[in-house]
Write a protein that binds this ligand. Structure first.
Ligand code: HSE
Length: 345
């Protein structure tokens, strides 16, 4: 069997997703080499507050995890001081950037700068940060094409559950006409827990402990995460050219237990529902607090079950559900993008 091809990775962001990705790659190192002829070696890891790693010779995912874990199993800072992501990426000379920094709901400029630096300097880029796709997809995809690089982002919406890849690989020539979706686990959890008598603050603490909430949970609560997902999906599959600022959004802050209980008594469920549709010459999107009736196909979406109804021109409406959206599933999105990249090179 030929020697596996080594691809070097710069990972920016080592939160829940970055760590899970390293665990997944470490577990599947042999599989990647034997089955796919791919060996992944990390040449840099950047964090905002837990140091950085620059290892030009490349180390395995298992070694990254060892460096980031103290003897008691807790988190340990990487050996070098925190460095700017772009600086670290360029110093590393990585083949692939994995952008896994937290969502910035006000323009995503830092993550965009990371992707620009990668694509402009000969690296392919994978982002699980939905910000760049929500804010700047057209320009970034043009930049990637101009440099003969690839920009992949399956994890931007519904984690590793194939949404973008579904259209790319399984629905040839289908155009997306619109969609309706439940895209945010944190608000699902909070609304359901409040329906069981848990306070808003306790429900939020539980969902943060479970690892679903954004680093700043107001991004979930006030609809920014959902709006970014609407814009990302609409930009890629409907050529919407929109940003999250174009998406009106409802917050769940003012929802009372009484309102949730009244919906329940009527056999309905309160959900944060994301929509987009073609509207005259353009595309409009929205994030709205909605009471779903039991017959609605999205009614069963709740907790960490996410679902989208994709209305297409050639294949009618296709529904996809992700049952249990955990950081592991987001890590799988990166894993599948890494393989897609490897197989296209
Ligand atoms: N904070 C997001 C959610 C997870 O609650 O759905 C990442 O998309």
């Amino acid at each position: 069997m030929p020697e596996p091809v080594t691809r070097t990775v710069c990972l920016l962001g080592f939160g829940n997703v970055g760590r899970r990705l390293c665990e997944l790659v470490a577990r599947n190192d042999d599989e990647l080499a034997e089955r796919h002829g791919l060996r992944l070696r990390f040449v840099a890891v950047g964090t905002a507050a837990h140091g950085s790693l620059l290892a030009p010779a490349g180390i395995s995912a298992a070694d990254v995890l060892e460096l980031a874990t103290d003897p008691a199993g807790g988190r340990r800072a990487f050996p070098e001081p925190v460095r700017l992501g772009v600086e670290l990426l360029l110093a590393s000379g990585a083949d692939v950037l994995i952008e896994a920094t937290p969502l910035d709901p006000h323009g995503g400029r830092l993550a965009i700068a990371h992707l620009e630096a990668a694509l402009g300097h000969g690296a392919d880029a994978i982002t699980v940060n939905k910000g760049p796709i929500a804010w700047d997809y057209r320009r970034l995809s043009t930049l990637a094409a101009a440099h003969g690089r690839r920009l992949l982002f399956e994890g931007a919406v519904m984690d590793g559950c194939p949404v973008f890849n579904l259209f790319r690989s399984c629905l040839p020539d289908c155009r997306l006409l619109g969609f309706e979706a439940v895209f945010n686990s944190t608000t699902n959890f909070i609304l359901d827990a409040m329906g069981e008598g848990v306070s808003f603050a306790d429900a939020l603490a539980q969902v943060q402990a479970a690892g679903y909430a954004e680093a700043d949970p107001s991004h979930d609560i006030d609809g920014h995460d959902a709006a970014a997902k609407v814009a990302a999906l609409a930009n890629v599959l409907m050529d919407a050219g929109m940003t999250p600022d174009d998406v009106p959004k409802d917050s769940i802050r003012a929802v009372t237990p009484e309102r949730i209980a009244a919906a329940r008594r009527a056999g309905r469920r309160l959900r944060v529902v994301c929509t987009a549709r073609r509207d005259g010459g353009g595309v409009s999107g929205a994030v709205r607090l909605t009471e779903l009736v039991a017959e609605h196909p999205l009614f069963s979406a709740g907790g960490s079950t996410l679902s989208v109804l994709l209305q297409t021109d050639l294949m009618g409406t296709v529904q996809i559900a992700e049952i249990g959206a955990l950081p592991e599933q987001t890590a799988y999105a990166v894993y599948s993008d890494l393989l897609a990249l490897h197989e296209s090179r």
